[in-house]
Design a protein around this ligand. Structure first.
Ligand SMILES: Nc1ncnc2c1ncn2[C@@H]1O[C@H](COP(=O)(O)OP(=O)(O)OP(=O)(O)O)[C@@H](O)[C@H]1O
Ligand SMILES: [Mg+2]
Length: 139
């Protein structure tokens, strides 16, 4: 995974309510516009971020998000890191399978988010919490 060099100060926010999830969507849209992602890519990134923010809230018991502008020498991009100190995901392969849910959802949040971004990384385990990092590059 290539996350690039940070440009400027990342913006951090807590995720503890539905309103916070809405704020995450707004923040991600703003940064995606600033980096000049296409409208389609903006929407893909906002959708992925929305799913991951919701997982942080629902399964992680709340947490934080950090949104940064990054540069890999060729392109600029948006890097987003979701972190919680919840129960973690015991079987990550299973959790990434389309349709797998422990919460009565569609089970498409994680797998869908992965398909919508350029870089996707999860650090998780029982009792370790969960940290998801995604990047979308301008093209
Ligand atoms: N931050 C997290 N902490 C703990 N478990 C998680 C976390 N994120 C996802 N999971 C686990 O992975 C499963 C799959 O997540 P995913 O987002 O794909 O589906 P969902 O949230 O259940 O449904 P959907 O997102 O489609 O409404 C969840 O049901 C949950 O068990
Ligand atoms: Mg989900």
């Amino acid at each position: 995974m290539t996350t690039g060099l940070e440009l400027g100060q990342p913006q951090a926010q807590a995720i503890h309510s539905d309103e916070d999830v809405v704020r995450v969507r707004q923040l991600v849209r703003t940064v995606a516009v600033a980096v000049k992602l296409s409208l389609v890519d903006q929407t893909k990134l906002v959708t992925a971020a929305s799913e991951l923010a919701r997982n942080t809230l629902v399964y992680g018991g709340g947490g934080t998000v950090e949104v940064a502008t990054v540069d890999n020498g060729r392109r600029r991009g948006v890097r987003i890191i979701f972190a919680d100190t919840g129960p973690g995901i015991p079987d990550l392969d299973l959790a990434l399978t389309d349709g797998y849910t422990t919460g009565g959802g569609l089970g498409l949040g994680l797998s869908g988010a992965r398909r919508l971004v350029d870089e996707f990384d999860i650090r998780t385990g029982p009792g370790e919490g969960t940290t998801v990092t995604i990047v979308k590059w301008s093209r």
